[in-house]
Design a protein around this ligand. Sequence first.
Ligand SMILES: Cc1cc2nc3c(=O)[nH]c(=O)nc-3n(C[C@H](O)[C@H](O)[C@H](O)COP(=O)(O)OP(=O)(O)OC[C@H]3O[C@@H](n4cnc5c(N)ncnc54)[C@H](O)[C@@H]3O)c2cc1C
Length: 416
Amino acid sequence: MDIKHTDVLIVGAGPTGLSAALTLKKLGVAKVTVVDRELEAGGMPRLCHHIGFGIRDWHRIYSGPQYARQYVKKAIANGVDIHTSTTITGWTGENTLSFTSPNGLGEIEAKAILLATGCRERPRAARMIPGKRVQGVFTTGSLQRFVDEHHLPVGTRAVIVGAEIVSLSAFLTLKQAGIKIAAMTTELPRHQIYFPFSPIKWILVDLLERATVQTLTRVSRILGQKRVEAVELTHLDTGKTEITACDAVIFTGDWIPEHEVARAGGLAINKGTRGPQVDAQYRTSKRGVFAAGNLLRGVETADISALEGRQAAHCIHKFLQTQTWYGHKLPIEVEQPITWVYPNTISDAEGQPIKYLSFRVSEFRKNVSVKVYQSNKLLHTQTFRQLSPLQTVRLNGDWLTALNLEAEPIKLVITS
Ligand SMILES: Cc1cc2nc3c(=O)[nH]c(=O)nc-3n(C[C@H](O)[C@H](O)[C@H](O)COP(=O)(O)OP(=O)(O)OC[C@H]3O[C@@H](n4cnc5c(N)ncnc54)[C@H](O)[C@@H]3O)c2cc1C
């Protein structure tokens, strides 16, 4: 079997992987190899034919495909070795991964590995919605492949399940394709669209509201024989149901990290994020293996993922130079309504490139304090005027450098 050798192997040619690769080359790493199972590099943005990409990393506004092309072009120009149609299938050694490609099977051995495999939406089957297996059911990703990549018909009247930022992307794709939106549903009391660009946001939110965002509403059944004919909506506050006619249902959001490669390598998985456990230097529980981007926690904007890729590249570069590796020592735990935090473990107290922790909550809360404890010792308090589900919030991480690594786990709690 063909065994290739590289300095850094990056799994995933999305914004995280490509920005990490670019940074590693700029830092002088000789051989950086990126593999992706898709025919083309660029990751999810390739399929999002609307603007809203590149604000924080390129300081410009691109459409998804323009943004993806920009990364691919720069990576190639800087000497990154990109292999598409190449799927990582498992581990054959501590730092060796197996792959399959049109040229056959092979193995790649690397001095360091970055997992940047992104995340996926939970499809209908995983959401346990009764009804026959009919045509006309999509996730945002499959909708965008149908409409923008293959130019196939989707339907004429759609219900969007979810009312978060990616639901907005589904909304725009449907609008562009001339498909009516019968309803957009969320089980929460409000939509959860938090958009960095305020003027656009308010135009879109207005459009969405006119598209009848139905809050506290669940799609409880899909009706139809061969294709979708209607959905049953259950209003969670009253328990009443109603039938809404439609011929397409788009399941949006509800992300799960694409963690198969990480799991196959025996990496510790965090039960809150469902991605690999990482410390503040993006180190996983396996020596020489790093993880960044949407794999860590589900969907964030592409620029945030790309900036994480850059930071992770600096950590990888440092590891290549010093060969220093600290194992995970102190878990960071959360108490409801906090659902997850990352970094979610601490290995050492030296130089933390992540200056803050990111966390999410499961319910809307106003005027609360988030407190960080180790045993009964209060390490940090920060107040927030408003916390909302599906909005990632930053907690200052100054306290990360002043910890007793031999003591109890760290805990994040919310108090009113
Ligand atoms: C519908 C939608 C709309 C969006 N709209 C916006 C927006 O307007 N603005 C914005 O900033 N962000 C937006 N985003 C978010 C943005 O696309 C993501 O944050 C970004 O793509 C994350 O980058 P990533 O590199 O972590 O993951 P991805 O882009 O998902 O890349 C991961 C890559 O890993 C590859 N991979 C996975 N497993 C393997 C394997 N075993 N072997 C080989 N390759 C593998 C995949 O093929 C994929 O190419 C949107 C996302 C979606 C889904």
